[in-house]
Design a protein around this ligand. Structure first.
Ligand code: ADP
Length: 360
């Protein structure tokens, strides 16, 4: 069976990055708040928070950044440190296995440092509890020894600012969330924002780009800066190897056809799911596992890799009776939607929200 990696190819429209990609991203990563594109509300609020803290000469409140991957949480954490003129320590929830690991980091922070914890919802419980006292009182109790002889040794922590990032803010415990004085949610970017981002990145990479070229790439980037930058790098390769080195509408289209990223930013597996739904199941409703078998994938892959974006793009609906292709999906595949309804029964969208019992 083709695994997730097989069907999703090189993950060109995945919002996640591996280490090599993170390295490639460094050159275009904004260093200061005024270089950070869009997200004006969050930027404005952060600006006030940081300026206020600097006036008082004290670290700002702890900051929680939530939102899907690739929207700029790590970038903002680094910007916070840069704006404050502070050092930054970077770690992540899954890496902190024992509370001792976290205690070691906390007690080595210098005054005013930023501690960035990515995926903070995945931090182990004992470490989370240690973090509470560090965040609140700048103090941690390190337990030495075991059993009845164990003693707690209180250690001071220099005043610091925690920047936590999470893709799943719903999984954070109440006490954890309460300890952040500032919480910001990052939203997907509009095509116009991504165009601005692409022009900026192209300038830094030294690759000429036309306005139409930027529009074309932005439209296929799923509202996500990481994907926009990645597609730009691929189109640049194409432009340099097979064209005149300029990112135009034509080079963007030709390159993204080579890489199997369609006009809405769907890749091969996304399209396979929609095509199966429309052609094999007349638009649904069909159960997840049946749909997954039809495309030769694991149900988890279909559900976690493909569906979130298909749902957000209004192409697929999850109903109590199964997955349904929307009218937009039929049209996107160049098919004529069935008359008046999608699939075999009632329109998909009201199903999602109605409290009416399922028809027999
Ligand atoms: P996250 O931590 O949310 O997964 P990152 O901060 O790593 O996302 O951002 C992914 C890439 O997208 C970064 O390399 C950065 O260059 C770019 N990026 C994200 N947001 C912006 C923005 N608002 N302006 C410019 N570039 C951005």
């Amino acid at each position: 069976m083709a695994g997730a990696a097989g069907m999703t190819g090189d993950g060109l429209v995945s919002a996640y990055a591996d280490d090599a990609e993170r390295d490639a991203e460094v050159s275009v990563r904004p260093k200061r708040l005024d270089e950070f594109i869009a997200q004006h509300r969050v930027r404005d609020q952060l600006d006030l928070l940081l300026q206020g803290a600097m006036r008082r000469g004290a670290p700002p409140d702890h900051i929680l950044l939530s939102g899907p991957p690739g929207l700029g949480k790590t970038t903002l954490a680094n910007i916070v440190a840069a704006e404050l003129g502070s050092g930054i320590r970077v770690t992540s929830g899954p890496v902190i296995e024992r509370s001792g690991d976290l205690a070691a980091i906390l007690t080595s922070l210098a005054e005013g440092d930023v501690l960035f914890i990515d995926e903070i919802h995945r931090i182990a419980k004992p470490a989370e509890e240690l973090l509470y006292s560090a965040m609140e009182d700048f103090r941690v109790d390190v337990i030495v020894g075991k059993g009845p002889g164990a003693t707690a040794i209180p250690l001071d922590v220099e005043p610091f600012t925690l920047v936590g990032a999470t893709t799943r803010s719903g999984l954070l415990t109440g006490p954890m969330r309460d300890r952040f004085g500032f919480v910001a949610h990052l939203d997907f970017y509009s095509p116009a924002d991504l165009e601005a981002l692409l022009h900026r990145s192209a300038r830094i990479l030294g690759v000429p780009i036309t306005p139409e070229g930027a529009v074309e790439i932005a439209g296929r980037s799923r509202g996500t800066p990481r994907i926009a930058n990645r597609l730009l790098r691929r189109v640049r390769d194409y432009a340099e190897v097979r064209a005149e080195g300029v990112v135009t509408l034509e080079t963007a289209r030709a390159a993204l056809t080579v890489y199997d990223v369609d006009a809405l930013g769907l890749d091969r597996l996304d399209r396979a799911v929609l095509t199966a739904l429309v052609d094999s199941f007349r638009g649904g409703p069909v159960g997840l596992s049946t749909l997954a078998v039809a495309v030769g994938e694991q149900p988890d892959t279909v559900e976690e890799v493909c569906e979130p974006f298909l749902v957000r793009a209004g192409l697929l609906a999850r109903t109590p009776r199964g997955r349904v292709a929307t009218e937009a999906a039929w049209r996107h595949l160049g098919r004529t939607p069935p008359n008046g309804t999608f699939g075999m029964e009632a329109p998909a969208v009201p199903d999602l929200f109605s409290n009416a019992p399922d028809p027999p």
